[in-house]
Design a protein around this ligand. Structure first.
Ligand code: COA
Length: 571
């Protein structure tokens, strides 16, 4: 079938729907636009049999949906209507939620149902939920709806035919006045629900140290205590703030800017507050926090028999210079442990999306910060690539992009969850790329495929990545089961005799490589290209980065596709 996807942004769900429908041999075109008028033009251009809107904030014009079937993916169960479905579900602590594929009609979210899927809601932030359970459910429902449409016989069912979940009803937008935290009276659990419902966008508007901010991210802390609303401590860039009955960690802040002013960068909280923060204790993270402890740390290590697990989770998958250095320290420490297998990652949500574009954008000298960041990332990747005394596995539970994919490729094996979307390229950010990709990518997929992947800059599903040898294993499970699945698989792997044989082969390969095409040469060549981009103020990277961070569309003359950068409104 000829399918036209219309979306407000080429986000990971749209990417996944695009890739999965294409893999099923449909001819799929994508129109990324915030405007209904553009949908009309795209329909004239592509003449599709069917329109699918995986994530659309605009209204589809009536002359489009009356002439052709248009399926809208609504991130709520049958009967739920309104633009803030997931926000309400997370804020009100729904235990079960759903995704419904509806036919577009005059009344928003009121059309007949082509497919619907429900799921249990874990205790995670909205954006993590969206990229995990919601994306899985959406894919299932979209594929079913497309098959039903293709059959030519399926009649979509009116919403009245369904039993609605509790909480599913027409809801207004969730506004900042509904999100506001009352630090004097709100319990930790209430504060967490509010923070998670607003994460990653729009954040919770709040006052702190004399100005207005959006608070992003929220994690419970069960040991630190203080006067409600008081700042208690810092930890690796996050701030800890007392609630009515406990405390929460807030990793990131974004300054509120006035109307007409550019959007401020979302930054690690202590960086955003630099110059304003009173003296607070920096409470170090425990290397191996006790099981069940409620606290927050972005890097954790644990062992299970002969396997070490080095888990990390950075907001947005963005790894600044400090994240890279701390992860390198933790990696080196893990390599001192008497384990035979070391697993990197293994959590749900993003593995890594490469260097921290927001921190770079906010730096006094973005070129210098880009340089520091890419070198710190390269140091980390080099440590993984040169580990020869144990078998290293990268476990990608969510999505990964750019240098984040290349970090994963440095390991001996790459595992990913069936729902992961990988973007193994740098072109959309106007970068040549580093992280030893000129060594690892062709080594895995061959030179021709490496060139195609980096040139086309298209997203890959897990199965496509497996098919071309980019990853070695897919774990078929939901996001919440990924860590357990990785643990079982790694413990099983560690006792296989073939691991020792592969370690010996790895050492031999490393010796041969250093004699013929040393890693240092790859690094030098890649960094020379990166340096010339960083140091050239006219290079598209700078405009693309600024647009990405500020959620604007970039005007560059570099011929770089702008699809991934379509603007999203600030709330
Ligand atoms: N630096 C800073 N922030 C980043 C980031 C990066 N490298 N990659 C992602 N983010 C942020 C996004 O801005 C977004 O922030 P928000 O929650 O405040 O809106 C959040 O992480 C999630 O990203 P989003 O784009 O909404 O997720 P997605 O799953 O739809 O798309 C990507 C994922 C990877 C395709 C897209 O985020 C991307 O292109 N990232 C940049 C990758 C890159 O070029 N890295 C630098 C070169 S190594």
């Amino acid at each position: 079938m000829r399918i036209l996807l219309v979306a407000s942004a080429y986000n990971s769900l749209t990417q996944r729907v695009h890739a999965e429908l294409s893999e099923r041999r449909h001819s799929v075109a994508v129109e990324v636009t915030p405007h209904g008028e553009d949908v009309r033009r795209a329909v004239r251009r592509h003449d599709p049999d069917l329109l699918v809107a995986p994530m659309l904030k605009a209204v589809v014009p009536p002359d489009v949906w009356t002439a052709r079937t248009c399926l809208i993916v609504h991130p709520g169960p049958v009967g739920d209507r309104g633009p803030s479905s997931l926000d309400w579900a997370v804020q009100e602590g729904a235990g079960e939620w759903g995704v419904t594929v509806l036919e577009a009609v005059a009344e928003m979210d009121a059309g007949p149902v082509w497919a619907t899927t429900n799921f249990a809601v874990p205790d995670v932030a909205k954006s993590d939920l969206y990229r995990g359970e919601v994306a899985d459910a959406a894919l299932e429902a979209v594929l079913l709806a497309v098959d039903r449409f293709a059959s030519g016989t399926y009649v979509p069912r009116p919403q009245d035919d369904f039993t609605c979940l509790p909480g599913a009803r027409t809801r207004p937008p969730l506004r900042q006045r509904d999100r506001g935290i009352s630090w004097d009276t709100d319990s930790t659990d209430t504060v967490l629900r509010k923070l998670r419902a607003a994460d990653s966008q729009p954040g919770v508007r709040d006052e702190l140290l004399g100005r207005e901010w959006f608070l992003h991210g929220g994690h419970a802390e069960d040991r630190l205590r203080g006067r409600p609303g008081e700042l208690l401590a810092t930890r690796t860039g996050a701030i800890c703030r007392a609630t009515a009955d406990g405390a929460v960690w807030i990793p990131e802040l974004r300054a509120r800017t006035g109307p007409g002013r550019p959007r401020a960068c979302k930054l690690p909280a202590t960086l955003a507050l630099a110059g304003r923060l009173p003296a607070l204790p920096e409470v170090p993270a425990a290397p191996q926090p006790p099981a069940g402890a409620r606290t927050w740390q972005d890097i954790r290590y644990r062992e299970e028999g002969p396997v070490g697990f080095l888990a990390f989770s950075f907001p947005g998958g963005a790894m600044g210079t400090d994240h890279c250095r701390r992860l390198l320290d933790a990696y080196r420490a893990a390599c001192f442990r008497p384990t035979g297998v070391l697993v990197l990652g293994g959590g749900r949500d993003f593995f890594s999306n490469g260097i921290h574009l927001n921190v770079i954008e906010a730096a006094a000298d973005p070129a210098a910060e880009s340089w520091a960041n890419i070198n710190a990332m390269d140091d980390l990747v080099e440590a993984v690539l040169t580990t020869t005394d144990r078998f290293v596995v990268s476990a990608i539970g969510g999505n990964a992009a750019a240098g984040g994919v290349m970090l994963a490729l440095a390991a001996d094996e790459v595992w990913c969850r069936s729902g992961s979307v990988l973007n193994p390229h740098y072109r959309l950010m106007g970068l040549y790329g580093s992280e030893y990709w000129t060594y690892t990518l062709p080594r895995r997929v061959g030179a021709a495929t490496a060139e195609r992947l980096t040139g086309e800059a298209a997203p890959l599903t897990a199965s496509a990545a497996l098919g071309m040898g980019l990853v070695d294993r897919i774990l078929h499970c939901g996001p919440d089961d990924f860590t357990d699945n990785v643990t079982r698989t790694a413990v099983h792997l560690a006792v296989l005799p073939s691991v020792q044989t592969r370690l010996a082969a790895k050492k031999a390969e490393a010796e041969h490589r250093e004699a013929t095409s040393p890693l240092a040469r790859h690094r030098e060549q890649e960094l020379a290209r990166m340096r010339s981009i960083f140091d050239d103020p006219a290079a598209p990277y700078h405009a693309l980065r600024r647009a990405f961070v500020r959620k604007e569309s970039a005007a560059t003359d570099g011929g770089i596709p702008d699809a991934a950068l379509a603007g999203r409104a600030d709330c």
